[in-house]
Design a protein around this ligand. Structure first.
Ligand code: ADP
Ligand code: MG
Length: 714
């Protein structure tokens, strides 16, 4: 036993937990855990987000207003000064052999300051001197200060006389302590950090070696350009950012390549009879973008290699026609086709929209959701497994184990953002490998698409059908609610229809429903007694929901009060108002989706956001983004900015690694560079067998093997 603990202390590893690090006691280890730093390796990749330049050290007499500087001096006077009843300041006079200066704190803890700034003590101060407005004397407000004098060169100060790293910290963990821990980690372990990037790439981009990059990023030497550092443009930082992206892109390239080699699907004949007949049934001409995207899809479908395509198109660009054409192409090739939607209501709507085309073309179609009796569901499954059903529209029910297709040739996944990456893989497991088309509900920023879906091909539907009408979006605070209702009433007077959407607020569905019922009753009984108001929510039976939607579509209902069940996919061209209760509770993507329900017909439309509570900064930013823009891509970027990429990648999408160093908004150029390099490398060395790529292969396996499902294939 003794032997093994001794060995432990001798053989260091980057996987060592932080409790081995000097300065990291049990309490700090807990706090570090909050920052997702558990091992030495985690700490090495926890880079400063900012740097303070305290490398300039001067004599007091040499200080210049506005110039960032550090100096050493003796405290010759110190204490609290009261200014009026509530205001006070802590002031000290500091002297060196060239002169003296006042230093001041307006926000401080009195006993803490008194303990720190003591008469006669020699201290280091750091900050920007300013000129006092009244007497013109030089002073420094809220300087950083540290013990010790400049001459005491035996201990190296981490906080002064250098470019000082500033880390994101957490409550209870002082930056000073964090810096010390980081210093001990870097000094004690950085020599273990091995290079794994190919020599060629290091040379091409003049990247420093991995360990020197880590060293520099944490503790830059005094002559480092602070400008480069602060903009994450220093070669050391660029290298670390590149390496993180590069591994992910390599994994994606590897996966894509692997699919190309191992997966076989069916090569379809395209533009067959069914498709020609279908286009005759359409009441409109396809947009240029729809034609282009369909051309791209046909090219993929004609190959034996299964299609794996992400279709990005903003709300209302007409993705459904594109999807239906793909489904029908499969049927034309004697295959089954499936369309999967995230909610029952959307699946039902798709089913109802598509069914008339199928009847006209003599194609059998089925709706498979989780509602219905066990008997009904089992009958539907039978018809799917024996091949009677040609097109299936459904929800998650489609990828459940019990469901078996006789001959699935193509699957379309609509409104992808509700499905995790794992589910995307699951649908491919039915039958032979089917062609897969994933359609996004809300566009995702390019950087995110390259990272989350980098192993797929991407097409863009970037044109709206003609006659798209303006949507005016307005924010009303609770006390101005009447104005919103007034405007809504003016629209219904003209024969238009309105959605009123209530969010999920409480944990309990029953309470949410109660809130929606309250809104419904107030609208029907108080505000609009002469209009037909109807409530729709997720608890209703399928038949009731379908009836209500049919009635709304036929104009028998003026105002439809809904819980968020209507979020996606509903198509009611005569609806010109979308009023959103508690708009502050919705995410940006959701708001954009909801607004996408209107402006679909020939009428100008209105989106009214009712903010019911004091808004947080994020809430304000979200609502402003929606008021300002209708462009899904711009909104998606804003969403990424407000929420941060972690939220997209960590909680919403399973199966993706978190980025520790790289930032999807800031580092898009490096992302694209890393992608080019990674795909080129896999092209050259598909199995990573060349000796110069051996380290890379090990690294890929260690870091992403589990998360990105590479274990089986590398
Ligand atoms: P989304 O991309 O949001 O799923 P939809 O497929 O629901 O959009 O289409 C939005 C509306 O535009 C529907 O009413 C649809 O019938 C109509 N539409 C689609 N393509 C065209 C077109 N080329 N010309 C005119 N209207 C179109
Ligand atoms: Mg749609």
């Amino acid at each position: 036993h003794q032997m093994s603990s001794k060995q432990k202390s001798f053989k260091k590893s980057l996987d060592d937990p932080l409790q081995f690090i000097k300065g990291a006691g049990p309490k700090r280890v807990m706090l570090l855990k909050k920052l997702q730093i558990e091992s030495v390796a985690d700490a090495l990749y926890f880079l400063p987000f900012r740097y303070d330049d305290r490398s300039q050290v001067k004599k007091i007499a040499e200080l210049v207003p506005g110039e960032m500087v550090s100096f050493t001096g003796k405290v010759i006077d110190a204490g609290t000064i009261r200014m009026g009843r509530n205001r006070k300041l802590f002031e000290a006079v500091v002297q060196d052999d060239s002169g003296f200066i006042r230093v001041k704190w307006f926000h401080f803890n009195e006993s803490y300051m008194a303990g720190k700034i003591k008469l006669g003590n020699e201290r280091i101060f750091s900050g920007k001197p300013t000129q006092n407005k009244r007497d013109g004397g030089l002073e420094m407000i809220h300087p950083d200060t540290d013990t010790g004098s400049g001459d005491d060169s035996s201990t190296e100060s981490l906080d002064i006389g250098r470019i000082v790293p500033v880390y994101r910290s957490t409550e209870g963990l002082h930056l000073k302590a964090l810096r010390t821990i980081m210093k001990n980690v870097v000094d004690g372990y950085n020599h273990l950090v091995e290079e794994f990037l190919p020599e060629e790439i290091l040379n091409r981009y003049k990247f420093p070696k991995r360990s020197s990059a880590i060293q520099l990023a944490h503790f830059p030497p005094a002559d480092t350009s602070i400008d480069l550092l602060e903009n994450f443009q220093h070669p050391a930082q660029r290298r670390l950012i590149f390496e993180e992206f590069f591994l992910i892109q390599l994994a994606l390239a590897f996966k894509k390549r692997h699919q190309q080699i191992t997966e076989r699907g069916r090569a379809f004949k395209t533009r067959g009879e069914i498709i020609r007949n279908f286009f005759k049934l359409l009441l409109f001409d396809l947009t240029g973008a729809q034609k282009r995207v369909l051309g791209e899809i046909m090219t993929y479908l004609e190959k034996e290699e299964p299609m794996n395509l992400l279709l990005q198109g903003d709300v209302g660009t007409g993705k459904t026609v594109v999807a239906l054409t793909a489904l029908l192409t499969a049927v034309d090739n004697d295959c089954q086709a499936a369309l999967m939607a995230p909610t029952e209501l959307l699946a039902e709507q798709h089913f109802l929209n598509i069914r008339p085309f199928c009847s006209a073309l003599g194609i059998t179609i089925e709706l498979a959701t989780s509602t219905g009796t066990a008997k009904e569901k089992s009958l539907i499954r039978d018809r799917i497994s024996d091949g009677t059903t040609q097109i299936v529209v459904g929800t998650h029910a489609l990828i459940q184990k019990k469901m078996e297709f006789s001959n699935l040739g193509l699957a379309v996944v609509d409104e992808q953002h509700r499905f995790g990456v794992l589910q995307r893989e699951a649908i491919g497991k039915k039958g032979l490998v089917p062609h897969v088309l994933i359609m996004t509900a809300t566009p995702i920023p390019r950087s995110l698409a390259l990272t989350l879906y980098g192993d797929m091909n991407v097409s863009f539907l970037d044109e709206f059908p003609p006659g798209r009408k303006d949507i005016e979006t307005r924010l009303f605070y609770e006390n101005k609610r009447d104005n919103a209702y007034h405007l809504l009433g003016k629209e219904t007077e003209q024969g238009r229809q309105a959605f009123v959407v209530c969010p999920l607020i409480e944990e309990s569905e029953a309470i949410d429903l109660k809130a929606a019922i309250d809104v419904f009753e107030e609208l029907q009984n108080q505000r609009f007694p002469d209009l037909k108001v109807q409530l729709i929510h997720g608890k209703l039976k399928k038949e009731e929901r379908q009836q209500i939607m049919a009635d709304f579509k036929e104009g028998k209902i003026d105002i439809l009060v809904a819980t968020t069940v209507i979020e996606v996919g509903i198509d009611i061209p005569n609806a010109s108002v979308m009023l959103i209760e508690h708009a502050e509770r919705f995410g940006l993507a959701q708001l954009h989706q909801l607004r996408g329900r209107i402006g679909r017909g020939t009428h100008a439309s209105y989106c009214f956001l009712i903010a019911c509570h004091a808004l947080t900064n994020d809430g304000k930013a979200r609502l402003n983004a929606i008021v300002k823009s209708r462009d899904g891509f711009a909104i998606a970027e804003e969403d990424l900015r407000i929420r941060g990429p972690g939220d997209f990648m960590g909680t919403r999408q399973s199966g993706m690694p978190l980025l520790r160093v790289a930032n999807l908004l800031r580092d898009i150029k490096l992302l694209e560079l890393s992608r080019l390099e990674a795909f080129a490398l896999i092209e050259k060395d598909p199995q990573l067998e060349l000796p110069e790529n051996a380290k890379l292969k090990t690294m890929l396996h260690q870091t992403l093997g589990d998360q990105m499902g590479l274990m089986k294939i590398i």
